[in-house]
Ligand binder design. Structure first.
Ligand code: BGC
Length: 814
């Protein structure tokens, strides 16, 4: 839906509404009234607009355990499908989830680039390549908006890492900015996005919420964007600078610099009335599109919305299509279920899958299928054993299971009276933006979690408080902690989503029940936000013994499956990674298991690249990203051959950290220099990576038969015509990738760039021809404007940037 598509009825209604509002009302409309919503203005028939994160699920404003959200695979996984249509399906499901939860605008997608694999939100972005990012993002946005729900493409722009995220000034050349970082935004705005989110960081000296040249000059004027620009949460820090810089909406209410100050600035002539009117028009246009302006038809009538989708099915399908089979020696995969007698599973993440990354992208799904549960269910005829092997988790898991019953949460008022009480399956208390059963946050004085534990084994157990605030922990009637749990130096988002943990060793006797009570004292200002957990771990063997046990179990099995990955302390919003190595002793675990069993399959559960020093020692490596709630079901589908692992790498996976072209994300004197210019990702790689961009095996093989390059139907562009044949023995799916680069090497330009791609499915021996339009930008550079560089270009049809199968040349004139 583009500017041209907003109807004259809508625009006329907007003008009428504008005529009714005075300056105060207009300004009020431009700021959040709380954490997630804009105010209603009944005088113009406008209802309150609700926003919510994004991007793998819809959290909703009231984050409550009894209102779960479908959790799809991480954005890196979605990009690994190389399938914009599937991204559109993901978007449609999320649009449907948004409607279910009363959300009108989804705070997604995140389309910053994988500049460095250390970036904390790498998992939340799509790719190191702007074309792939733009195509997946456009599919996603179209899908969400198909449901009549808005999107905010974020974070505009150059928010590619987290260190000093609120203040860092990114120094980037105009050329790299346009050719790489702005390109996905441009593509998705052209696809009709209704919103954009301005980033926290600055670009070349101006903080983004005040960046008139990029927000106003480029996005609105040059690209013709008719939607709204919302600040990232608390990113707007001035009244006049942001108002004149092109920002339309300030979120949230907390710390809002607009309101009376903006009204005064308009009255003093420092912000023009027209500037305010333009913002109001944009907000009303958005409200009209999502159906909140009385008398104006929404952009998508209910009858035109896509048919409902089943969340778990979509999550499972996307996961299988995203898994990248990076290595498969001796075709160990797929496993043959008819001959399998015993499968030895190990790794902490096999039972506690990391299904999503940390920060505002978190949602709570109804269920999580762990890898162990998925494999066990899919292999009724085999024995599936489990040993933990190594445990990298920095926190104790929340108390749960048959040994912990009952678990009760009680909300109490100032006099100790019970306001609400509920039984929980797991010792996690989490309400955000609202309390259950209409409890008024102002009445809440404490939240009490009581749980009864009957130990399976005697000895030293560990209990933990995982939360922030003033806590009291009592075990068997004895207080063992009473005080604050808080890290003042932490980013507030991190504090909320991944608080610090305090542990308490506690001796227990086998079979003797103990009552544990963990109480949070509510302090002013936090009443609508309650989140904490009681963690527990049984006495455990020492780390060497755990490794020995895993190796022994592997030796006795037909096949060993080791699940390794990152933890919430590694990949999250709010901070960058400090290393690409797997945490804890997981590398040792893989080496030990692989030495014990030559048929070792390593499942890597990480949203972004990790180092795999054992890569050449194992039979198979399957990269599963953060696979979403159906993790284990999708894993069983792929390992047992029910589905082909359909993914291709959206980003390069290094063998050594030192080989990565851009690694550091640490600003110097508040500035982060993008010195590498346009040489990011595969464009900048010199050494051989472990797994190159675009790499991914399937369960069949492909022969590339022919490549020609033709003018497209308009005569202005080029199309690669590629014929491929399924040369294997089972039906499969291939991602045909086309790269373009100057035939005469040009040190100022990348050797090759992704120019287009297409997916095909073919039966054994079937031949398929695809026409892949080549992006004009691959023969252009930005020098104040786009200009074509004439000359001869090499066009490559490839199975990945380092696996070129066919080449052709084409002469391009200026
Ligand atoms: C994040 C955004 C998010 C917002 C609201 C910010 O900290 O950077 O991506 O949409 O919070 O949760």
């Amino acid at each position: 839906m583009t500017a041209a598509a907003t109807t004259s009825v809508t625009e006329a209604a907007i003008e009428r509404a504008l005529g009714v509002l005075d300056l105060e009302a207009k300004v009020r409309l431009l700021s959040g009234q709380d954490w997630w919503t804009l105010p209603a203005l009944p005088e113009i028939g406008l209802r309150s607009l609700v926003m919510s994160d994004g991007p793998i699920g819809v959290r909703g404003i009231g984050w409550a355990p009894d209102d779960p959200s479908v959790a799809l695979p991480s954005p890196t996984a979605l990009a690994a499908t190389w399938d914009p249509e599937l991204a559109r399906e993901a978007g449609r499901l999320l649009g449907q989830e948004a409607r279910r939860k009363g959300v009108h605008v989804l705070l997604a997608p995140t389309v910053n680039l994988h500049r460095s694999p250390l970036g904390g939100r790498h998992f939340e972005c799509y790719s190191e390549d702007p074309l792939l990012t733009g195509e997946i993002g456009a599919g996603y946005v179209t899908g969400v908006q198909d449901q009549g729900v808005g999107t905010t493409v974020k974070h505009f722009v150059a928010n590619d890492s987290e260190t000093d995220r609120f203040t860092v000034d990114v120094r980037v050349s105009e050329r790299a900015l346009h050719e790489l970082y702005l390109a996905p935004f441009e593509r998705i705005v052209a696809a009709g996005a209704w919103g954009v989110m301005a980033a926290y960081n600055g670009v070349n000296g101006s903080t983004m919420t005040e960046h008139a040249e990029l927000q106003h000059g480029l996005l609105k004027e040059r690209w013709g964007f008719d939607g709204f620009i919302v600040s990232d949460w608390t990113a707007a820090r001035s009244a006049v600078g942001t108002a004149n810089g092109g920002l339309d909406v300030v979120m949230p209410a907390h710390g809002d610099p607009w309101g009376p100050e903006l009204v005064a600035a308009v009255r003093a002539g420092r912000v023009a009335q027209d500037v305010i009117d333009d913002k109001v028009r944009r907000v009303l246009r958005l409200a009209a599109r999502v159906g909140l302006l009385d008398g104006v038809p929404p952009a998508v009538e209910p009858a035109d919305r896509p048919a409902p989708l089943h969340g778990p099915d979509v999550a499972r399908h996307i996961a299988t299509r995203s898994f990248v089979l990076a290595r498969n020696e001796g075709a160990v995969l797929p496993l043959d279920r008819t001959t399998l007698r015993r499968v030895a599973v190990s790794g902490a993440l096999a039972t506690d899958a990391r299904i999503l990354g940390g920060g505002s992208a978190q949602v709570v799904p109804e269920r999580i299928v762990s890898p162990l549960a998925g494999l066990t269910a899919a292999l009724p005829g085999a024995e599936v054993t489990y040993t933990i092997g190594a445990d990298p988790r920095p926190k104790l898991p929340a108390a749960t299971g048959a040994q912990w019953s009952p678990i009760t949460a009680t909300l109490r008022g100032a006099g100790g009276e019970v306001l609400y009480r509920a039984e929980l399956g797991t010792a996690i208390v989490r309400w955000m933006g609202g309390l259950p059963d209409g409890v008024d946050p102002a009445d809440l004085a404490s939240v009490e979690l009581t749980a009864r534990h009957t130990p399976r084994t005697g000895g030293e157990h560990q209990l933990s408080i995982d939360g922030f605030g003033m806590f009291n922990l009592t075990v068997a009637g004895t207080a063992i902690f009473d005080g604050p749990v808080f890290d003042e130096d932490q980013d507030p988002t991190v504090t909320f989503f991944a608080p610090v943990e305090r542990r308490f060793p506690t001796t227990m006797r086998e079979g003797e029940p103990v009552e544990v009570t963990l109480t949070l004292q509510v302090v002013e200002g936090m009443a609508g936000f309650v989140q904490f957990a009681l963690g527990h771990a049984e006495p455990t063997a020492d780390a060497d013994e755990l490794l020995d046990a895993a190796a022994r179990a592997a030796a006795e099995a037909d096949v060993a499956v080791v699940v390794v990955g990152t933890t919430e302390q590694v990949e999250s919003e709010g901070f960058d990674r400090t290393t690409l190595a797997l945490p804890g002793r997981q590398d040792e675990l893989v080496t030990r298991v692989a030495a014990a069993n030559p048929r070792t399959v390593v499942v890597v559960n990480a949203g972004s690249p990790v180092l795999m020093p054992w890569a050449d020692e194992v039979a198979a490596i399957l990269l599963t990203w953060f696979p979403g709630q159906e993790a284990g079901a999708a894993l069983a589908d792929v390992l047992l051959g029910g589905a082909e692992p359909g993914g291709r790498l959206p980003t390069t996976w290094p063998r050594h950290a030192d080989d990565v072209p851009v690694l550091s994300t640490t600003p110097v004197d508040g500035k982060l220099d993008y010195d590498e210019g346009v040489f990011v990702g595969y464009r900048g790689w010199r050494a051989d990576p472990l797994f190159p961009f675009g790499h991914g095996l399937g369960y069949t093989t492909w022969s590339y038969e022919s490549l020609t390059v033709e003018p497209d139907s308009s005569g202005d562009g080029l199309v690669a015509v590629v014929t491929v044949r399924n040369s294997g023995t089972r039906t499969g799916r291939e991602v045909v990738q086309v790269y373009v680069g100057p035939s005469d090497p040009d040190p100022e330009r990348p050797t090759r760039q992704l120019a287009g791609f297409a997916t095909v499915t073919a039966a054994p021996d079937e031949t398929i021809t695809v026409r892949v339009p080549l992006a004009a930008r691959t023969t252009q550079i930005w020098a104040g404007q786009w200009s074509t560089v004439p000359g001869r270009y090499t066009v490559e049809a490839a199975r990945g940037v380092a696996d070129v199968r066919l080449t052709a040349t084409v002469d391009v004139t200026g």
